[in-house]
Ligand binder design. Structure first.
Ligand code: AVJ
Length: 323
């Protein structure tokens, strides 16, 4: 058991090192956004989601709270729930409670963050008639396992909330939904949360808040690389930056080097040069129009049954059915 734990840890570190190496040797340097969510990062995101400037999570929660019974009323009788990236599970409570009032419900959160998975199991474990089985897996691997447990005559409802799809390039987002669709059967459902387009200054504030929480969330990536891969990034010599990409209709986070400098990352066998002003791209959050969601759904083999929109912070929940 000790051996296995050790082997798994080493493996995960090797993969982290390989991804960091690949990202930092590109022309536009990059670090994959999935690495934002270690324990510190997951907790910082929790703080971001209660900042006045960042309305996304609250809009998502408002819609799910307000329309849970509407959403559930449109689902088939026997349905199990899988969630891609459960986070803490807080926003999922309303749907699950509403379903559990009709029937005993199995809930399968799929999360690469062990911290988030543990938080979610704790948060939702008190719901009556629920059975929770968490999967510490990549989304599609986890969904395959959930689909394999499906009982005859049982449908799946997949939750993909919080506008996580926004972190994909647009075309890659459609490809991802198509992969999800391939695992599902006709008549299964996908509830998709998407952040909608809004004025650019509002977006910049949301991703570069006055308290600097988003900055800490972003800079934590360098901190992780220092601690886990032995690198010597001097955090004061880098700064958080948010910028809007007109063409992609996305808000990007970068980490900008405020001087010419060299960083070594022993566990990647890598020395990296930075010019003054050069950036590492760490995340994109694409913003959608509400009708665009119908199109991407169609392109991925779904059709949109219903859509709910929050007008306080433009955000959409779309209920898609697999064709
Ligand atoms: C959790 C992916 C929805 O893209 O808005 C928050 C992550 N990044 N602030 C987003 C995030 C910067 C967030 N998602």
């Amino acid at each position: 058991m000790l051996m296995l734990t050790h082997a798994v840890t080493t493996d995960v570190n090797l993969e982290f090192a390989a991804d960091i190496r690949e990202g930092l040797t590109k022309e536009q340097k990059e670090l994959p956004s999935k690495y934002l969510y270690d324990e510190v990062g997951s907790r910082l995101f929790e703080v971001i989601s209660v900042l006045p400037e960042y309305g996304l999570t609250r809009a998502d929660e408002r819609l799910l709270h307000r329309y849970a019974s509407d959403i559930v009323a449109r689902l088939p009788r026997r349905v199990a729930v899988a969630e891609l990236g459960s986070g803490t599970g807080k926003k999922t409570r309303w749907i699950l409670q509403s379903l559990c009032r009709r029937q005993k419900t199995s809930y399968y959160p799929i999360e690469i963050s062990r911290t988030a998975l543990a938080m979610c199991e704790r948060e939702l474990g008190d719901i009556d008639a629920i059975s929770i089985v968490g999967f510490e897996r990549e989304y599609l691997d986890g969904l395959l396992e959930v689909a394999a447990r499906r009982q005859r005559g049982q449908h799946l409802l997949v939750l993909f909330l919080g506008s996580t799809i926004g972190n994909f390039e647009r075309a890659a987002g459609v490809r991802f939904l198509r992969e999800v669709r391939r695992i599902l059967q006709p008549g299964d459902f996908l509830l998709l949360g998407t952040d909608l387009e809004k004025p650019i200054p509002q977006l910049i504030k949301a991703y570069d808040d006055a308290l600097g929480v988003t900055a800490a969330f972003n800079m934590n990536l360098l901190h992780r690389v220092n601690h886990e891969l032995g690198a010597n990034f001097v955090l004061e010599q880098f700064e958080h930056m948010a910028k809007y990409n007109q063409q992609a209709r996305s808000i990007e986070m970068h980490i900008r080097s405020n001087r010419k400098q060299t960083v070594t990352i022993p566990e990647c066998g890598l020395t990296v040069q930075f010019a003054e002003g050069e950036t590492i791209w760490t995340e994109s959050s694409h913003k959608y129009s509400s009708t665009e969601v119908f199109q991407i759904a169609e392109a991925a083999g779904f059709s949109c049954r219903a859509q709910w929109i929050d007008h306080e912070w433009p955000f959409a929940e779309s209920l898609l059915v697999a064709q």
